[in-house]
Design a protein around this ligand. Structure first.
Ligand code: BTN
Length: 248
């Protein structure tokens, strides 16, 4: 079904699907066919939802699964884009559902100690090797699946409410796009991001594709890098990878 909405005065056409393999995969194809800036796509569920670091993303009915396309981005700054998405989704959730989420670097949204939203930004490379779009994919666990989260994620995944309505989900979509449109180019984004960070001062485990090690999270630098101190006293700035917070 095709719908339209106004985002900060701009008319946006938006396809809604009952199901898709992945809204990110769908939109990457659309990007090659000339879809415009902020063009979104939404599915009620996904059969092959994609997560960061090659993982899958559990996408049953009861959540929000959306992607939107960015055509206008300064320097292909993925960290800034994903940080803007994290802040925008947190602000939109607060507006529509009245709950306040923290952000675990880079962009996992945390509510009551559990991950309630994941974000995957992917560049779309044209045939001549230029990035001509960025697809920003957002998965929010609005409610818990009726049979609960699968065993592999049940200790870390949470939901923001216990009542799912399509009307509110659609209000959330509009609020996310409006917030992102403003936050993305805004000079106060970094302070908003730091204000929601759940990691500063915490003992963390750093996980990269090649290694995993313990460290302390010190601060978020001006380009959204995470400054850490390793156990042998070295200061480093992470620009990719993932962390988990150590509780003991
Ligand atoms: C993560 O936490 O690892 C990122 C998860 C991103 C999931 C969203 S759901 C909508 C969009 N389509 C996908 O296939 N993935 C993203």
């Amino acid at each position: 079904m095709m719908s339209e909405m106004y985002v900060n005065g701009k008319k946006i056409e938006m396809p809604f699907f009952d199901t898709l393999p992945s809204t990110n995969a769908f939109l990457k194809e659309k990007c090659k066919n000339g879809a415009p800036n902020l063009y979104p796509v939404v599915a009620d569920n996904q059969s092959s939802g994609r997560g960061r670091l090659g993982r899958s993303f559990h996408s049953e009915i009861g959540g929000l699964y959306m992607s939107f396309l960015l055509r206008e981005f300064g320097s292909a700054d993925m960290m800034g884009i994903t940080a803007a998405a994290g802040v925008s989704v947190a602000e939109a959730i607060e507006k529509i559902y009245g709950v306040s989420c923290g952000i675990k670097w880079v962009n996992d949204l945390i509510y009551n100690g559990k991950k309630v939203c994941g974000i995957l930004a992917e560049g779309v490379i044209s045939d001549d090797g230029i990035i001509n779009g960025v697809v920003v994919g957002i998965g929010v666990n609005i409610t818990e699946p009726t049979a609960g989260f699968p065993d592999e994620i049940k200790d870390i995944a949470g939901a923001i409410t216990d009542r799912y309505s399509l009307e509110k989900r659609n209000e959330l979509i509009k609020a996310i796009l409006e917030r992102f449109d403003r936050n993305h180019a805004s000079s106060d984004l970094i302070e908003k991001y730091r204000g929601r960070s759940t990691v500063i001062g915490k003992d963390v485990r750093v996980i990269t594709p090649n290694e995993a090690y313990n460290a302390k999270a010190i601060e978020i630098d001006d380009t959204f890098g995470l400054v850490i101190m390793t156990e042998d006293g070295k200061r480093k700035t992470l620009r990719s990878g993932e962390i988990s917070i150590r509780t003991k």
